[in-house]
Design a protein around this ligand. Structure first.
Ligand code: AMP
Ligand code: GLY
Length: 425
């Protein structure tokens, strides 16, 4: 079968790499892809939110399945677009409907969903600028630090954790005066949860689900989890504290109620569910939902998945995931992200990337990279540039191998964290 994969990050290179291993796959197209995806498939210069062009491409190229990497096309309704078009509706889109994608697209919606289904999460209330006074009163019932979340998508920047009540009130006023645009018209205020985070992923066909290997990502730019938030500087899978007993709680209290909740509310949801969790003294709580795989978690999760991914996604589309079980490589996989100097602030693009061929015993997944011209050289095209994933029988072995390889890939301004996994040792 021919598959069209949407996206252009490290997540998509890792998914493309995994799909490519399937004997069921004929042609793999990636829209728009990056320099790495062009090694395992054919890049197509169409943006993920240009549904008309993607639909036309799918028909012209005999596409039998569309796999959506990032959230934006889902939140904008790519699944609905295909289902509502008579010529496209027989091509399954792996990803939730627009309604299902609200789990990520609206924090207020996600919190209300968790309340309805008794899913453990931080105590919260939602406010608009008309209820500013009530918001300030609610803040006073909480203890520092204060967590403020713009309701809508804000490019990963819409969550503020502030140390004092005065600052929380000031930030709230700024959010209501448009700091995050329309995304901040509604603000979720919630209780701060103290614990260590992890990412759990499920694949669902709307009724059945399979839990994929879990991972932990490292969001802060600086060593020791300091500095600004990024898209993610590295990942580790498995997560040592997520033992059998903990994961059983995750499944019983969070994953199953979520999938059943979606079904019982008649929400059309197939594809990946990303549970952003926090371990509060042994009890898992939900920080957020995403309606896609994580990045860079995917670069550590896909290498550990032993199933045929095309087969799993076919079963997802057909509603027969109950006929499959997940098989996981017992080794650790650890990922280090090489980023552009200055990221997550301003950074330059177009720097020549060298040394990918020097990497030994590790996988290279491209994120923000592009071919300059038809045949190269490969240059930087984003903040997060290259993910290096290494296996090991222990977390330390895997980290050692990833750290040995990281300096071999060079580009001007390259930066990476050398302490991924430090808090799990
Ligand atoms: P989100 O965009 O919802 O993932 O939030 C971004 C980050 O803020 C999370 O990864 C957490 O590190 C942190 N965070 C969000 N909500 C809370 C909370 N209630 N308590 C503690 N930390 C939080
Ligand atoms: N690594 C976190 C995310 O993909 O949102």
């Amino acid at each position: 079968m021919n598959i069209l994969l949407i996206g252009s990050g490290g997540r998509e290179h890792a998914i493309a790499w995994k799909l490519r291993q399937s004997p069921l796959l004929d042609k793999l197209y990636i829209a728009p892809g990056n320099a790495g995806t062009s090694q395992v498939g054919i890049n197509v210069p169409i943006k993920g939110n240009d549904f008309a062009a993607l639909g036309a491409f799918a028909l012209e190229n005999g596409i039998s399945m569309v796999v959506v990497g990032p959230e934006e096309p889902l939140v904008k309704g790519i699944r609905d677009y295909f289902l509502n078009d008579p010529a496209l509706k027989s091509i399954p889109v792996i990803g939730p409907s627009r309604e299902g994608a609200r789990l990520e697209g609206s924090k207020d919606y996600a919190k209300a969903f968790m309340m309805r289904h008794n899913i453990p999460t931080a105590r919260y209330q939602s406010f608009t600028k008309d209820t500013l006074e009530a918001a300030c009163a609610f803040l006073k019932t909480l203890q520092a630090p204060y967590v403020l979340k713009a309701d809508g998508l804000a490019a990963g920047k819409g969550v503020l954790i502030v140390p004092t009540l005065e600052e929380a009130q000031a930030e709230l006023a700024e959010m209501f005066s448009g700091k995050f645009g329309a995304a901040g018209n509604t603000v979720v205020i919630e209780e701060f949860l103290d614990g260590i985070e992890l990412s759990v992923f499920a694949l669902t066909d709307g009724t059945n689900y399979l839990i994929l290997p879990e991972a932990k990502d490292y969001k802060r730019v600086g060593e020791g989890n300091t500095g600004l938030n990024t898209g993610g500087m590295g990942a580790v899978s498995p997560v040592p504290f997520a033992d059998k007993a903990f994961m059983q709680k995750v499944e019983d209290r969070i994953v199953r109620p979520t999938i059943q909740g979606l079904k019982s509310e008649g929400i059309d949801y197939i594809g990946f569910v990303f549970f952003g969790l926090i371990n509060v003294q042994g009890e898992p709580m939900v920080i957020e939902y995403n309606v896609r795989m994580g990045d860079p978690e995917t670069e550590a999760v896909m290498p550990r998945l032993q199933n045929d991914l095309v087969e799993l996604l076919q079963a997802t589309a057909r509603g027969i995931l109950n006929q499959h079980t997940i098989r996981t490589d017992p080794r650790f996989a650890t990922t280090i992200m090489l980023v552009s100097g200055g990221y997550p602030g301003d950074y330059e693009k177009g720097k020549v990337i060298t040394g990918c061929e020097q990497v030994k015993d590790a996988l290279v997944f491209h994120a923000g990279s592009a071919l300059s011209g038809d045949s190269g050289p490969v240059v930087t095209a984003g903040g997060r540039v290259i993910a290096i994933t290494a296996y090991g029988d222990s977390m330390n072995d895997a980290l050692r191998c990833a750290n040995q390889n990281a300096p071999l890939i060079c580009f001007e301004g390259r930066y990476y964290r050398t302490d991924i996994g430090f808090d799990l040792k």
